[in-house]
Design a protein around this ligand. Sequence first.
Ligand code: LLP
Length: 422
Amino acid sequence: MSLTKPGARGLQVESMALADIAATFGTPCYVYSRAALVAAYQAYRDSLQAHGLVDRSLICYAIKANSNLAILKLFADLGAGFDIVSGGELARVLAAGGKADRIVFSGVGKSREEMRLALEAGIHCFNVESASELAQLNAVAVELGRRAPVSLRVNPDVDARTHPYISTGLKTAKFGVAFDEAFDLYQRAATLPGLAIKGIDCHIGSQLLDPAPAAEAADKILGLVDRLAAAGIALDHIDLGGGMGIQYRADEPAPPAAYYLGPMLERLADRKESLVFEPGRSLVGNAGLLLTRVQVLKHGEAKHFAVVDAAMNDLMRPALYDAWHDIVKVGAGDTAAAAPMPYEIVGPVCESGDFLGHDRELALQEGDLLAILSAGAYGMAMASNYNSRPRAAEVMVDGAQAHLIRRRESVAELFALESVLP
Ligand code: LLP
């Protein structure tokens, strides 16, 4: 499903013209579609339903992908749980009306304070990633007179075959407990008074399109669950993480959710445990775009540059991972005078790494609006104020209405927390 469609005033999201959004809220601006967010959640749920798993599954949206309160509230209303990785994310979920007992807490370096906050809130489960963390969590729980619900995040040593920065399931990664050590660590956890063993967890990477690695990881995890049960450690739930990839290029369609999830879900159909999933990108990525305006066209000796008002601080993925995002013109025939040519789409930031797209064949004039697609995940969430640039506004379209869900920062806000020496 494409997020944008042509309309009389150029590209639209749902029934809103992007040109009108730019006129009202300015650029750069993230634009999300409520309907697309709901559809992505529904597609995930439908896959679970097709395997008879929906009633014993909890879809915990990994909020690191996009933690805007309006998005969290939408998913909370749809019945989602949440996967968090910090005390800040815990506060966001609770502020958005998410339920604590539907939260799983992932992450390789939780502080004692974060453990305390999550314990007091009463979260569903801590996904523990090391022997040390297990001991620390036990100590915090004993101090509070509670028992912390735990899963061990087990590293299955499976190659997810994705970008190395977002591949997490190999032995060489900092993530999880080594597969060969997990059994012993569960036995140790069972003796600790501050812990209640609940489940097992694994997450092998992100932007995965091939279902085989996830299925292989599931096989390894299920084998371990059975060995634990035979040793008297019965688990309530199995958490198979997130990672499902999305479409970034119009000419490279991503397989449907059912194709990616199918082999993994087949393996779970005959089991008794309840299930947890932690999708992030696949619930929000294709539901958002970054709207930007061409400031300057610059025809250099070797390249043509379109300098736009969004930059690497707004969308870091191209600079950081050499990621591709399709870039399309918003206007409806308003640049008939321009000739198509290959443009470097770049931002105003003072770095050569500040690009949003290389070699894009477009017919452009200064003032044109562009939409950078599939930017709903890890876009605004990873934005910064580099070059003292206020972060973009965020807007959610619902039918024919556009709601401002985060106003643009002001420049004064950027240094409001700073002070000079007396
Ligand atoms: N669970 C855990 C423990 C994770 O570390 C992640 C993502 C997820 C779930 C959600 O994975 P997803 O369904 O979104 O693939 N900034 C990178 C992606 C980093 C992913 C980090 N962990 C990017 O822009 O591609």
